[in-house]
Structures are given as structure tokens and as C-alpha cells.
Design a protein around this ligand. Structure first.
Ligand SMILES: Cc1cc2nc3c(=O)[nH]c(=O)nc-3n(C[C@H](O)[C@H](O)[C@H](O)COP(=O)(O)OP(=O)(O)OC[C@H]3O[C@@H](n4cnc5c(N)ncnc54)[C@H](O)[C@@H]3O)c2cc1C
Length: 369
């Protein structure tokens, strides 16, 4: 098969798979993924939550604009979220209430009726978000990969991109293969800055941050599957039912270099301790743990757009802890921008400001040395 493409997308997580599916409608597109299978890194390790009040304004706009796709495809299972305010988190509570949409304050007693483990006296106040849901991440990811293949896209796994060279076209060294394309889309997740470096760009300051998760046994005999997602408003722990167990995260955000992440046991133990302060339930057995990398640009907004100086190099990184819930709209937007088309009006109507997510905001920092 020829190694010549219009567009090569680096990374087959949710970002790469979804943008590639759109681009493949009218172009010859390849995805190069360094692992054996797509979704091995952050996409396969998320908490799978749709939270329309979580993230900076750019993400909230993209998340709202994604809802219709999620609903049409049956990817969401409603699960409300309760945010508890212990006495020492009044400021965080005020901050959330100032920006939230569609939430309502409920009494601690009403919260306990929904989440029976809540310890009396832990939550001084409680706010409920009825608009949150579980996302079937695998179904969503597979949908985009299938659409990509149906449209003639070529997925190459075990193809770590190690060098990019710009001539009239880009030459891409991917494992033992040499490919070429007019446009490169950098959807390399935590490795986004490394791939930028291969294209001759300086760091945009993309910082992977580790988040750890434990799956633990719920209380014996309790029907936990319909319990809400719960957490403290200061985001020092959260918990939600998953696969018949309770998923608990210490909500850690430890800066690390890109790597195959694993849970930090000490951080997990501390998070489970904070959870234990909030509930009448003893965690006796941890069934499984994992870690993943949430990658952030310095200002917390995603980085989406053509590089200001390197022709044909497109950034799609920095989705932080919201890359699944925003992916349907973000991928449509990114595909339009890759092709130099106008951004979809339904997404812009949600209040997105393109300059907030453009890589041009790092112009000084990304100029070649
Ligand atoms: C614990 C945790 C909980 C989360 N919870 C949520 C949540 O509830 N809701 C939500 O919306 N988001 C959540 N997120 C965030 C979400 O998972 C990410 O934003 C999203 O998965 C990022 O997708 P991605 O495709 O950019 O990255 P990835 O899935 O990491 O994909 C990048 C891919 O690029 C590949 N790659 C890198 N370098 C190269 C190279 N040189 N050559 C070839 N391939 C390369 C990697 O192998 C990888 O497969 C969570 C994240 C974590 C860690």
C-alpha cells in the first residue's frame, strides 16, 4: 500500500480517532499509533463522566455542543452528581455556584436519601447537578474508529512516530515505515509537546498530570448502580458506581513526564481516607487500580489549530480532564479548521472563542530556537 496520504494523524486516542473519522470523509487519512491498540493511554483510563459544569469556558461550550451527538448515539446513561461542601470548602462552593448552570442546592438530608453512605455532619451544604451522565467511552471510540475505516482511513498501530521532516510534504518516520502527507495532526495526548518538538516547535508548556483511580467493593447487598456520582466541592476526592463496584479517585493532579501511567498507591490511600471521612462505609478491599495522564496547556484551555509558523502542522492537544465529554464537538471543529473551513456555527453559538484555544497564543514560545 502506498505511504502517501493527504493527512496523517498522530495518536489513536479519542482525539485522533474522532478527528480522523471526520477528515476521512473526503481525504486520504492515516492514523499512526505507537501502541498495539488504540485507546491504550488516557482514553482507556478515564472516569467516563459527562459533566457540563466541569472545565474552563471553552470546554463547557464544546461539551454543550457535544450533547446532541452523545444523545443520538445512545452514549450517555444519566447519573446525577452531588457536590458536598464540608465546612472548610465554603470558598470552593461559592466559586462553583457563581458559574454553574442548571444546578440546585439540596439539603444534606435529601442528599443522604440519594447517597445513603453520606456521613451525618460531613456536608454543610450540597449542590446537585442533574445534567451529568456516564459516557460509554469504548462505544464512542469504536464508533469513530469504525467510521474512519468505512471511509477508507488507514489505522497503523505499533507505529511510533520518531521523526517529522518538512519538505514540499511532510515525511513521517513511523516505526520501520516512512509515510508522507500534506498535513500532520498532532493528537499525541501527553506526548503532544514531544511531537511538536519533532516538527521543530518549542514546548507549548503542555503538562501531563497523573490521576489515580481505585475500584473498591461497595457495601454488602446495597444496590449501588443507581447512586449518584459524589465528591467534595473542592475536588479532593470523588466516587461513582462502576461495573458493580465503587470507583474512587483522590482527584490527584501530579505533574509528570509522559509515560505509561500507573496509580500512585500513597496518593490513593490518602484519597480513600478523605472519602472515608465523608461516608459511613469502611473500604476493606481494593479490587483494581490504574492511573492516567490528563494533559494541560498553561492556561487550561485545549490547543486546537494550525501552527502559526510551521505550515501543515496542526495541534489537537491539551484536553485535560474533559477530552471525552468534549470530543464530538471538538473533533468536528478541529476537522473544519484542519481543512481551512469555517468553524461549525452550532459550536460557535455555544460561546466558544477560537483565540482562547488557538496555538497562536503560544506564538512567542513556539518560535523555533
Ligand atoms: C483518571 C482520568 C479520568 C478522566 N475522566 C474523564 C471524564 O470523566 N470525562 C472526560 O471527558 N475526560 C476524562 N479524562 C480525560 C480524557 O480521558 C482525556 O482528555 C482524553 O482521553 C484525551 O484523549 P487523547 O486522544 O488526547 O489522548 P490519548 O488517549 O492518550 O491518545 C494519545 C495517543 O497518542 C499516541 N502517541 C503518542 N505519541 C505518539 C507517537 N510519537 N507516535 C504514535 N502515537 C503516539 C499514544 O499512544 C496515545 O494512544 C480523564 C482522564 C484521566 C486520566
Amino acid at each position: 500500500m502506498s505511504g502517501e496520504f493527504d493527512i496523517i494523524v498522530i495518536g489513536a486516542g479519542i482525539a485522533g480517532a474522532s478527528v480522523a473519522a471526520h477528515l476521512a470523509a473526503a481525504h486520504r487519512v492515516a492514523i499512526c499509533e505507537m501502541e498495539e491498540r488504540p485507546g491504550y493511554h488516557t482514553t482507556g483510563r478515564s472516569a467516563a463522566a459527562y459533566e457540563p459544569n466541569y472545565g474552563p469556558p471553552s470546554i463547557l461550550a464544546l461539551t454543550r455542543a457535544s450533547r446532541a451527538h452523545f444523545e443520538q448515539g445512545g452514549y450517555l446513561t444519566p447519573r446525577e452528581t452531588l457536590f458536598f461542601m464540608p465546612p472548610w470548602q465554603e470558598q470552593a462552593f461559592a466559586g462553583l455556584m457563581a458559574v454553574q448552570q442548571g444546578m440546585e442546592e439540596i439539603s444534606p438530608a435529601a442528599a443522604k436519601a440519594r447517597f445513603p453512605l453520606l456521613k451525618d455532619g460531613y456536608a454543610k451544604r450540597v449542590v446537585r447537578d442533574p445534567g451529568t451522565a456516564d459516557i460509554d467511552v469504548d462505544l464512542l471510540h469504536q464508533f469513530y474508529l469504525r467510521l474512519f475505516r468505512q471511509r477508507g482511513g488507514v489505522l497503523r498501530c505499533e507505529r511510533p512516530v520518531s521523526a517529522l521532516e518538512k519538505g514540499v510534504r511532510w515525511t513521517v518516520q513511523a516505526g520501520s515505515e516512512t509515510l508522507s502527507a500534506r498535513i500532520i495532526v498532532n493528537a499525541a495526548g501527553a506526548w503532544g509537546d514531544r511531537v511538536g518538538g519533532m516538527a521543530g516547535r518549542k514546548s507549548i508548556g503542555l503538562q501531563p498530570k497523573r490521576r489515580s483511580i481505585a475500584l473498591v467493593q461497595g457495601p454488602e447487598g446495597a444496590d449501588i448502580m443507581h447512586w449518584p456520582m459524589v465528591g467534595d466541592v473542592g475536588e479532593t476526592w470523588y466516587c461513582k458506581p462502576q461495573s458493580g463496584k465503587l470507583l474512587i479517585s483522590p482527584a490527584d493532579a501530579t505533574p509528570v513526564d509522559p509515560h505509561d501511567a500507573y496509580a500512585d498507591d500513597m496518593t490513593l490511600a490518602e484519597g480513600i481516607e478523605r472519602f472515608a471521612q465523608a461516608v459511613d462505609h469502611q473500604v476493606t478491599r481494593v479490587e483494581r487500580t490504574w492511573g492516567g495522564l490528563r494533559s494541560f496547556a498553561p492556561d487550561g484551555n485545549p490547543v486546537v489549530g494550525h501552527d502559526a509558523e510551521q505550515d501543515g502542522f496542526f495541534w489537537l492537544v491539551g484536553q485535560g480532564g474533559y477530552g471525552i465529554q468534549s470530543s464530538p464537538a471538538l473533533s468536528r471543529l478541529a476537522a473544519a479548521l484542519v481543512l481551512g473551513e469555517a468553524p461549525p456555527s452550532d459550536i460557535m453559538d455555544e460561546g466558544l472563542t477560537l483565540s482562547e484555544i488557538s496555538p497562536r497564543r503560544f506564538l512567542d514560545r513556539t518560535a523555533p530556537a
